[in-house]
Design a protein around this ligand. Structure first.
Ligand code: GLN
Length: 304
């Protein structure tokens, strides 16, 4: 496995010359596009690392499946009164269907509109308590008690996130969001700015792959059926409007983020964390996706 990972990172590094780092969050545009790293954690707890696996990056949309777990723990299936279960075929930050669908609600929790609605459902008396509950779940599933926000990325997105702000105000207008919109957005920006490495992300993917059980302590962290719901969303909507192609070429429940990270869960086998900041026009890491395609073919990881 170690040899294979080294070989596949070397082979796919050339792809980092294609695509662009995300520019709409100014702090992300400073990232080195030529990084490519991967960590694989298997169900027995063995860890394999290759390439620029030590690179730090923010979770961005890879936070969506984890916060969805928390909202489902807090509210059960009531969550789906506020957000649907279907793919959109639109970009992750699209607004268009919010107005044209009737009755209107975000189509799924993996797009920004759906994720903002999900974040609003996390329980807690104050914003601080809500964020504490969010970061604590991240620390638990990543096995990294030191996980925290990257302040520069957080402030950068908070200052420039007008599209998300528009989405959130629209969601309040149509009755999906309740409460203080700026507070909900602030929580959403914070969850996106949690700083991780490939190993943290691989561990997060492992909990989902292992049906909610910590693969080492064997403790149950979240109910199995919630991990099934989340993994299904990762298959159908996790790579935004490229989820169908990714399902054919890789075939593993995965979630990408605009930082260039990808979290993958191979059911009952492994968690994978990948970083490659240069993105295609849909917002997925070009080299990261190519690397996962090769790994999936070599190890026959497709679930289909
Ligand atoms: N695709 C993403 O990773 C989006 C997350 C980002 N923080 C945003 O809301 O725009």
């Amino acid at each position: 496995m170690q040899f294979l990972l080294n070989e596949l990172v070397d082979k796919n590094r050339a792809w980092t010359n294609y695509g662009k780092v995300a520019g709409y969050i100014p702090e992300l545009s400073k990232k080195d596009p030529n990084k490519l790293g991967i960590v694989v954690v298997d169900v027995k707890g063995k860890i394999y690392r290759a390439g620029d696996y030590e690179t730090k990056f923010t979770v961005q949309s890879m936070s969506k499946p984890i916060v969805l777990l928390l909202a489902l723990l807090d509210n059960g299936e009531e969550v789906f009164k506020k957000v649907g279960k279907e793919p959109t075929g639109d970009a992750f930050n699209s607004i268009i269907k919010l107005e044209t669908l009737n009755p209107s609600k975000p189509l799924n929790p993996m797009i920004n509109a759906g994720a903002i609605a999900v974040t609003s459902l996390v329980k807690g008396k104050t914003k601080e308590e809500k964020f504490k509950r969010i970061i604590n779940l991240f620390r638990k599933v990543s096995k990294n008690p030191k996980l925290d926000i990257n302040m520069d990325v957080y402030l950068s997105e908070k200052k420039t996130g007008d599209r998300n702000r528009s989405i959130a105000y629209f969601l309040r207008d149509i009755g999906i969001l309740e409460g203080d919109v700026e507070d909900i957005l602030d929580l959403y920006f914070r969850q996106c700015s949690i700083e991780v490495t490939c190993e943290d992300v691989a561990n997060m993917g492992m909990v989902l792959a292992n049906q909610g059980i910590d693969n080492e302590s064997k403790k149950r962290l979240v109910p199995k059926y919630l991990t099934q719901i989340v993994k299904t969303f990762m298959v159908t909507c996790g790579m935004y409007d490229a989820s169908g192609e990714f399902a054919i070429n890789v075939g593993v429940p995965s979630k990408s983020g605009v930082s260039g990270g990808i979290m993958s869960s191979v059911p009952n086998k492994m968690g994978i964390g990948v970083i490659g900041p240069a993105l295609d026009y849909k917002g997925n890491s070009i080299a990261g996706v190519k690397l996962l395609e090769d790994l999936s073919k070599e190890l026959k990881l497709s679930i289909f």
